[in-house]
Design a protein around this ligand. Structure first.
Ligand code: GLC
Length: 456
């Protein structure tokens, strides 16, 4: 396992502000890196943070949390609009002006396609919990600034809008898949992060009389959201059979086909894909719409955050086993299955040449996902699957110079436009390796991912 080399790259990727490490660059290839990959992306920093927490360097995580918190709400505001104080940037970098260093955030206003980073504040909150689980530094959590920031985030994310379900409604490309990919509406990954964030906020808000109502309500919201995801997103043979025989155009309160999904919209590939031991969470649901695609990150997070039932979690791991050659492939892990092709690709991506079938977000394989897979496999007692996947990756990734993603149905080719020395590929492997090899890290990771409720 090329762990030594991984640590060296991670070290090289550190970004400093006034001499203090505050984040890691998205990639650190000396030759060529995409325009903004020198920046620290909030979501990319998550596995880096886990490595730092596991190796007694929690000060870096605290610096990061502080920098991002200070950037929140600094986005460009459109004429006639009010500033939301809680929006957190997709990425940031340090600039020097008149001999002074300053941090500049990108809230999607420079990002390709002007996409909104809805996931940033949710990851920030989850990392905040991870930080206090590791350090017990409640003093930091209880500062006015941090408490204010949590409250601001809750105001933005739980504001009443046009709710017809407890899930969070977002535009296309609001998370890790940050290009148009028909992931607007209620994508699974956002819902799992949302659940994680609600649970976290409930634990981190100080229990003052003024906060009590908010805290109680957070518990109710989280439970309702979990129950909703369990019943609307879960798919197994039994449920598929129900859908296959759905009646449509049902009006009123007591109906089976609540979203009016037409059985004709069930794609052919799904019939052979599931056997009686497999199941998973579908990618998205909405009026008249089920996106049957399998999104790895949402499914793995729903195991780690306790959204799936224990039986559900086993069924997802069974699915991995059944479709090992595609979902793990030559390089773990498939981001989305299946790829959009032909007309569907044209309409759903706007003919995006970067997201052609079986490439990048459209069915590419992403090494970063290894940490979540290994963690989910260990959590469900399927250690042999974790070992197999990790071995696949470790044998090859260093030789390939740590690409960002791989192409092909089985993920055998280095991604056509992939960056090299991609830092979350590096950090993802270290976290996975730590979980497998180091019982202390494994225990810590368990706590970080809600293995036990925080007591304070
Ligand atoms: C790409 C990915 C995004 C990631 C960024 C930096 O834009 O889609 O998820 O944060 O690269 O690695």
């Amino acid at each position: 396992m090329p762990i030594q080399s991984a640590y060296e790259i991670l070290e090289k990727s550190l970004i400093y502000l006034d001499g203090k490490p505050v984040g890691t660059a998205a990639a650190c290839d000396e030759l060529a890196v995409a325009a903004n990959y020198h920046e620290c992306f909030v979501r990319d920093f998550v596995p880096s943070a886990l490595v730092f927490l596991m190796s007694d360097r929690s000060d870096i995580v605290r610096n990061f949390l502080q920098v991002v918190m200070q950037l929140s709400g600094q986005q460009h505001v459109m004429k006639g609009h009010k500033r939301s104080k809680a929006l957190m940037p997709a990425s940031f970098h340090v600039v020097e002006e008149d001999g002074k260093e300053r941090v500049v955030g990108d809230f999607g206003d420079r990002a390709i396609g002007r996409v909104t980073p809805v996931d940033s504040a949710m990851w920030w909150m989850i990392l905040l919990r991870a930080y206090v689980v590791t350090t017990n530094d409640w003093e930091f959590i209880e500062t006015k600034e941090v408490q204010r920031c949590i409250t601001n985030i809750l105001e933005l994310y739980t504001a009443e809008r046009f709710e017809s379900s407890p899930t969070l409604l977002v535009p296309d490309a609001a998370f890790m898949i940050d290009r148009r990919m028909a992931v607007y509406g209620f994508p699974l990954e956002i819902q799992t992060l949302y659940f994680g964030m609600l649970r976290t906020a409930k634990e981190l808000l100080i229990k003052t009389p003024a906060n009590q109502e908010v805290i109680d309500n957070l518990g109710v919201l989280a439970d309702t959201l979990r129950d909703h995801i369990r019943s609307y997103y879960w798919l197994d043979r039994k449920r598929l059979n129900e859908m296959h025989r759905y009646h449509s155009e049902e009006f009123g309160f007591d109906v089976a086909n609540v979203l009016n999904v037409y059985p004709e919209s069930i794609p052919d590939w799904i019939y052979n894909w599931l056997d009686s031991r497999c199941g998973y969470m579908v990618g998205n649901v909405g009026p008249g719409r089920i996106d049957f695609r399998f999104f790895a990150q949402g499914n793995l997070l729903s195991i780690l955050f306790g959204i799936t039932t224990p039986t559900g979690a086993q069924s997802i791991m069974n699915l991995y086993l059944r479709h090992w050659d595609v979902l793990i492939g030559e390089m773990p892990l498939k981001l989305v299955y299946p790829a959009l092709t032909g007309e569907k690709w044209r309409f759903s991506t706007g003919s995006d040449p970067k997201n052609v079938s079986w490439s990048y977000h459209n069915g590419g394989n992403w090494p970063v996902l290894i940490w979540m897979f290994v963690a989910a496999a260990v959590r469900t007692g399927r250690v042999e699957l974790a070992e197999e996947a990790l071995k696949k990756m470790g044998d090859r990734i260093k030789e390939d110079n740590w690409p960002e993603y791989y192409d092909g149905e089985n993920g055998g080719l280095i991604g056509r436009r992939a960056n090299f020395f991609q830092v979350w590929s590096v950090a993802g492997l270290i976290v996975a390796h730590e979980i497998m090899e180091n019982p202390v890290s494994r225990e810590l990771f368990d706590k970080i991912t809600f293995g036990e409720t925080l007591k304070h």
